[in-house]
Design a protein around this ligand. Structure first.
Ligand SMILES: [Zn+2]
Length: 296
């Protein structure tokens, strides 16, 4: 069997799943692993170079957009590259919502996939999640589920009543027990996109995070919605059970600015080399903030 048709881990079971293994270590030693959203090969190279330079574990995170636009060959390349790095790097598919995308993703060598567990009513959600977890785990793929609703509208500001979408800690325990998910992405006031002038601190309910962690201490929590989150606030979430932190524009804005300023001026080879370097530096800074540097 080709190494790319086998799932990570090569045994085809959940023993030595890369995502689970690195998050267990992060739990044991009190740090978080960054999950860096990548949209192109520059991003993938930047994460791998940053992780190797910082001796840090890392997660390369793709969206279903990559599944559909760049396709399965690109994903296999990402996994092959990530898994041959000198430090542990997992490849995760984020926000996999459409059933057709889930089905296709399970055929690919992802280490973990995030599914949405908030679209159906609770009983139907549990049944559907349990079914996906069983199928994914049999292929050696871990599952992250979103519980509650992580909002983010046009302007990113939460328009709904936040109380109604917070993850209920009691239900989270029942959900984890009955579905067997490996990671949980809670809603505690976090949103995708901009938090506006008040910043995340105005919306975040760290008490909800703490309750969740106490109810499901063995499950690493995942932080979504990290735009403009301070270094101090990242560390506050790690103290409350967050061990996977999704990072998107936080580590890519400098790269985008560099490319915008230099495209058409530098040779493409020089532009690419320097842009990857800029991107990697932003990632290395976050690896220090999250405490994952030196942990590989
Ligand atoms: Zn997210």
């Amino acid at each position: 069997m080709s190494p790319f048709t086998r799932k990570s881990p090569e045994t085809g079971t959940m023993e030595h799943n890369r995502t689970v293994d690195m998050l267990r270590r992060a739990q044991a030693y009190g740090y978080a692993v960054g999950a860096y959203n990548c949209y192109n090969d520059d991003g993938v190279m930047a994460v791998i170079r940053a992780a190797e330079a910082s001796k840090s574990p890392a997660i390369i995170q793709l969206f279903p957009w990559t599944l559909n636009f760049q396709g399965p060959h690109f994903i296999r390349w990402v996994v092959e590259y990530a898994h041959s790095a000198s430090v542990p790097i997992a490849v995760h598919l984020d926000h996999c919502i459409e059933p057709e995308d889930v089905r296709r993703a399970l055929e690919l060598p992802f280490d973990s996939i995030m599914i949405d567990a908030s679209r159906l009513d609770p009983e139907a959600n549990i049944a559907e999640c349990a079914r996906i977890v069983e199928e994914a785990n049999a292929r050696g793929i871990a599952i992250e589920a979103e519980l509650g609703r992580i909002e983010g509208g046009e302007d990113g500001l939460p328009l709904t009543d936040l109380e109604s979408i917070l993850t209920n800690p009691g239900f989270a325990r029942e959900f984890v027990d009955r579905t067997g998910v490996q990671l949980l992405a809670p809603s505690f006031g976090n949103i995708h996109g901009s938090y506006g002038p008040l910043g995340p601190k105005a919306y975040w309910r760290l008490d909800v995070l703490k309750d969740l962690n106490e109810n499901i201490p063995s499950i690493p929590l995942v932080l979504h919605g990290t735009t403009a989150v301070s270094d101090v606030l990242f560390r506050e979430t790690i103290k409350r059970g967050v061990h996977k932190i999704n990072l998107n524009r936080t580590v890519r804005d400098d790269y985008s600015r560099f490319v915008a300023a230099n495209a058409g001026k530098l040779e493409l080879t020089a532009l690419k080399e320097q842009a990857v370097e800029v991107h990697a530096k932003s990632i290395e800074r976050l690896m220090d903030v999250l405490g994952s540097s030196g942990r590989a």
